[in-house]
Structures are given as C-alpha cells and as structure tokens.
Design a binder for this molecule. Structure first.
Ligand code: AGP
Length: 607
C-alpha cells in the first residue's frame, strides 16, 4: 500500500524524505509528493510516477528541517497530480499524508462543501486537512484528535502545521506507523525499512493511538485521551539498504536467495536425532498440540497458496483436518471458530489488511491464531502475539518468491512437530526432518542447472492464454505459478487441478496453447500423464516440471524442466522455482517492470 515518511530534526528534511520514499517505493508507486514547513507556509512538490520524478521536481531545493512525504498506491481516484499526497487545507498551512481508506468520505465531504470548502482531488484523504482546519484552534494535537473522531475507516497519517514547525502529529488505525528515535532527529514511517538509516530505536504506534513528534522524540497518547507509556523497541532485522547484489532485478536476487532463506528458516529448529522440531515462538507444548482438532491457514495471494501447501502437509503427515482460507472471504463470512482449532495467519509483510482482519475476527471469537510472518514486529505478528518468523530477509520485489518457499518451510516444520504428537514414529520423524534439512541443497542443485527456462518463455511470451495444472501438492504450485506469470508479465493465464481441467477449462485450449504442468514423482503421477495426453490431443504445447530422471515425462514434454527428487510434501519448494523463473523471463521478454509491476503494491494495507 502507500508509503509514508516524515522527518523532524537538526538536518535538512528534503534529502532524507526522498531517500525514505525510495526505500518505501515498493509499497506503492503510482505517484509521490513532499510537503516541507517553511515560515510562510507549506513548500509542496508532487509528481505522478516514480520517486525519481519527484526528486527532479524538488531540484530547486528547500532547507526546511521538518516535513512529510508519501508514495501512493491509488485507492480513491485515478493516478493524477491532483490526487497525489500530501493534501493541504484551504489556507495551505496544514499538510496531510494518509495510508488507508476513509469509508465515510462522501458524508464528510458534503459537510465540508456545505461549509464552503472546495475540493481539488477525488481522494478520500483530502477531507482530512479540511477537517483538521475546521477543528484547529491553536492546538495541533487536539485538532487532529477532534478531526479523527468523525472519521470511519482506516488510517495511518502524518500531519504538518505551518503554525507549529516544531512538531508533527501522527495517528494510526489499521495502517502501520513506526517512530524512529534518532539523535537530534525523529523519523516516522509506515515501514521500519525507511527508518534504519537513522536509528534502530523505535516506538510502534498501535491502533487508536496518536503521537506528538518533535526532534527530541515522541509523546504517545490514546486517541480517546491519556498517555501511553510505550517501551522503545530495537529493529533487529537487517534492513541494510537492499542491494541488487549483481542481479538486474530484486526478483532475480530473491529467487536465487531461496536456498539461504530456507537455511535461515530451518536453522536451530529441526533436530534429526529427535526426529522432531521446535518453534519457540509458538509457545505450545506437545500437550497443547495433542488437543488441536483442526488447523486452518488464512492468507492472501501467495501467502494463501503457501497455506494450501502447509494444510495439505498437515493432513498428509499428521492426519488432522486442515485447510486454507482466503483471508478476505474468511473474515467477512461470519466464520465459525472452533475452540480446538489452531489458525495460522500467513503473511510476508505482516500488514495485509484482509489477513489482519481475519486475525482480529478469530481473536474476537476466542480462537487461537499464530502468525507465519516475514517482517519482524509487523502488525499481524504483534496482534497474534505468538507464531513463527520465516526469516526470509527483506523481500523488495512486489512479486513474492522467497517468502513463499520460506512460509511453506515454516509450516512444514510445524507439521513435523504436530505429526510427532500423533502418528509419526521417531524413525519416521527422522526421515521427515532429514527431508526438510536437505531441501536447501536440493534447491541449490536445481538453481545450479535451471533447465530450458528460455525455451519455455519463448512458448509463453506471445501466448494469448496459458493454463497451469497440477494435482495434490502441485495444485497450489500451479496457482502460484499462474499468479507469478500474471503479476510479472500480464499474460492471461489460469490454474486448475489437473483433474478439473477437463470439466470445462479444456475448452480454452487450441493449437499451440501453452499448458504448464507440475508433475513431480508422486501419488497421482499416472493420472497427470492422462491429463497431459488430454491437453496434447487438443494441440496444447506442454511445459512439464518433473522429477529429474523421469524420462517418460521428459519425452512427453515439449519443454522438459527437471528438478531434483524430494519427498512429495517437499516438492512445492522445488517445483515452484522454475515457475518463478518462467514468469521472470517472460516479463523481461515483454519489457515489463519486473520489481514494480503495474497496478500492484507490495503490501495491501486496505481492504
Ligand atoms: C504475491 O506475489 C503478491 N504480491 C500478493 O499476492 C501477496 O502475496 C499478497 O498481497 C499477500 O501479501 P502478504 O504476504 O504480505 O500478506
């Protein structure tokens, strides 16, 4: 979603705000803007497109030491200069940046227009500076507090007042904000990545909290009144400015980082000699696990697909009912939350509004939910209070790759623990543990020889439609492969269970249609072969991801992509990587913006 950064301190604000926006740009990049406080008012510069465009707009410079900035992912209103944040009140002495959605914007606009306010944008955000102005009687904190009392919806905001150059006001409900406490400077941002260049000492704002920020620090209050004594936290993650490391794109870097990411996720957690694993963050004993009667994962997009793999592995190995839910559907259908069910909220960013909403719905019904999250200290991780960090490291590319394999790995580690409290013996546990610990090397072995990805990309890049298909553990992989191809290359494609393909979708096939089949050695291999022959009979060109040494599959394929042999429940960690590379190569062939594809944002913090 949108990126917010604000600075107040003893240094010039402008370069720090622009650099901060560059670190946040992956969150949304339709347009960007900055507002600095000068004695005679607000110095405002905005630009449609990337932060680099805004930097060019600010070349005339400004020496102010206090300001706010924003990079936008459009929700209300098109991608235009008028809709770009910051937004100002009519006097041009109050500036606001906002992340979230104001659900009663129309009602608020009507009242303000009746008061003579002239709106210059289509955004919901623009009601805020006008509302604040309406309640301003000299106290910036109380003006913001009063204005927000009329707002329904979600927000993370930063507000600057020309009348008060020594403070900034921040408030949060539903969209993340973190305050960095530097030496003679304070930085507010929607993501810790924009803060670590200044300090690792931070205060996390929680929902319905408001803060007065000065160069000396911050005072946090409840929106309803009363001080909040928030302990200072330390950002642990290594948010060193994510370098490309010799790669052309972050997506490539993050695909090739996966063996190391899996090693970090497994390190210290899996013990072959005990045929078991431990995940300290779960705070669960084997006794607690024995009482679990069902496991449910909730997530969005790639995280949902990872949850599908994890739930299949739980049913397969622990023989416990398990399934995956799309968070946006789950949270809004008044779900039944069994007291003996265990929920996992799967999320790379830990800020996805739909997943956070699902967590809150589970908790309000007395359910038990754990986070499976990459970003340490994120809202979902903190709201769950317990769970598993996947330690994939910062994932900058909008399309999720290493987070997927790390989320699956973390869920497989839990599966081993759960299975050992039930039907898996010590010897069987040792085998599962060994299979898990071998996965990073198997992945590295594949990456050392990825196979004919270019040939596969040649088949796909000009296609008007592609189909992905797989059975069992390979069906979520087919879904993930189709999502990657759509996200990166915009080539129309779908994914189906291979057995379902003949119940209608096969009508889409014509001579030359690429069909990508995920078919590692496994329990349904022979059935998949039948499905391959069914699509080939309709003229499809097949790209088959299969187990190395499976010569029959290799012969069947128009393009054969072998991956090292692993146990079936481990296979998604291997079979997804050729599909990541395929999407990457097709995106390059079509000249797409690989790390920032159109219309997308790295973390969708609105519903
Ligand atoms: C993945 O490539 C997409 N960018 C998107 O589907 C993403 O997985 C989804 O928005 C969930 O994000 P999260 O993992 O940060 O919660």
């Amino acid at each position: 979603m949108c990126g917010i950064i604000a600075y107040i301190g003893d240094q010039e604000a402008l370069p720090r705000l622009i650099e901060g926006l560059r670190r946040l740009e992956y969150r949304g990049y339709d347009s960007a803007g900055v507002a600095l406080i000068e004695p005679d008012g607000v110095w405002l510069r905005r630009a449609v497109g990337r932060v680099a465009g805004l930097a060019a707009e600010t070349s005339d410079g400004c020496t102010s030491k206090v300001g706010i900035a924003h990079t936008r992912w459009a929700t209300h209103g098109g991608v235009t200069l008028e809709n770009t944040h910051p937004h100002l009140d009519a006097t041009h002495r109050i500036a606001v940046v906002h992340n979230g959605i104001i659900e009663n914007m129309e009602a608020l606009k009507a009242v303000l227009i009746a008061d003579g306010v002239e709106f210059l944008s289509e955004t919901d955000t623009e009601v805020l500076p006008h509302l604040i102005r309406r309640h301003y009687t000299g106290d910036p904190l109380e003006a913001v507090r009063a204005a927000l009392s009329h707002v329904h919806g979600t927000y993370g905001i930063a507000v600057a007042f020309a009348d008060h150059p020594d403070v900034l006001i921040a408030a949060r409900f539903g969209s993340p904000l973190v305050i960095g406490l530097g030496d003679g400077e304070t930085v507010l941002a929607s993501d810790p990545q924009a803060i670590v260049a200044h300090t690792r000492r931070v205060l996390y704002l929680d929902d319905r909290e408001i803060a007065v920020i000065s160069a000396d620090g911050a005072k946090v209050q409840r929106l309803s009144g009363g001080d909040v004594n928030r302990d200072v936290s330390l950002i642990e993650a290594d948010y060193a400015v994510a370098e490309l490391g010799g790669h052309e794109h972050f997506m490539a870097k993050e695909i090739w980082e996966q063996p190391d990411a899996l090693l970090r996720c497994l390190r210290g957690r899996v013990q072959i000699e005990r045929g078991n694993a431990k995940l300290g963050g779960l705070n669960m004993t084997p006794r607690d696990m024995v009482n679990i009667r069902e496991v449910v994962t909730v997530g969005c997009g790639t995280a949902y697909h990872a949850g599908m793999v994890g739930s299949m592995a739980i049913e397969h190995l622990a023989r416990l009912p398990a399934h995956a839910e799309v968070a946006s559907e789950f949270r809004n259908r008044h779900p039944i939350i069994p007291p003996d069910a265990l929920y996992f909220a799967v999320s790379q960013s830990g800020e996805t509004a739909d997943t956070l909403g699902a967590v809150e719905e589970i908790l309000v019904k007395g359910g038990q939910v754990m986070g499976v999250v990459n970003v340490v200290g994120s809202s979902i991780a903190r709201t769950c209070g317990a769970g598993v960090y996947v330690y994939a490291g910062p994932e900058i590319a909008v399309a999720s790759t290493k987070a997927f394999t790390s989320q699956v790995t973390a869920l497989l580690v839990f599966t081993l623990m759960l299975a050992r409290t039930r039907n898996q013996s010590l010897a069987q546990g040792e085998n599962i543990a060994r299979a898990l610990l071998e996965a990073p090397d198997k992945l590295q072995e594949y990456l050392d020889d990825p196979g004919p990805i270019d040939a596969a990309a040649d088949l796909v890049k000009d296609a008007k439609y592609c189909m992905f298909m797989g059975r069992g553990f390979s069906y979520p992989v087919a879904l993930e492969g189709a999502l990657k191809l759509k996200e990166i290359s915009y080539v129309p494609c779908e994914a189906y269970p291979a057995g379902e393909m003949k119940h209608g979708p096969i009508a889409m096939l014509e001579d030359g249609t690429p069909v990508i089949v995920i078919a590692p050695r496994g329990s349904q291999r022979d059935k998949v072969i039948s499905n391959i022959k069914e699509v080939q009979a309709r003229g499809a060109r097949t790209i088959i991801v299969h187990t190395r040494g499976d010569d029959e599959m290799a012969r069947l394929a128009d393009v054969s992509i072998p991956v090292p042999e692993v146990r079936e429940f481990i296979s998604p960690l291997l079979t997804v990587v050729p599909l990541q590379l395929l999407a990457y190569k097709v995106g390059i062939a079509l000249g797409r913006d690989i790390d920032k594809p159109r219309n997308l944002a790295k973390s969708v913090t609105v519903e």
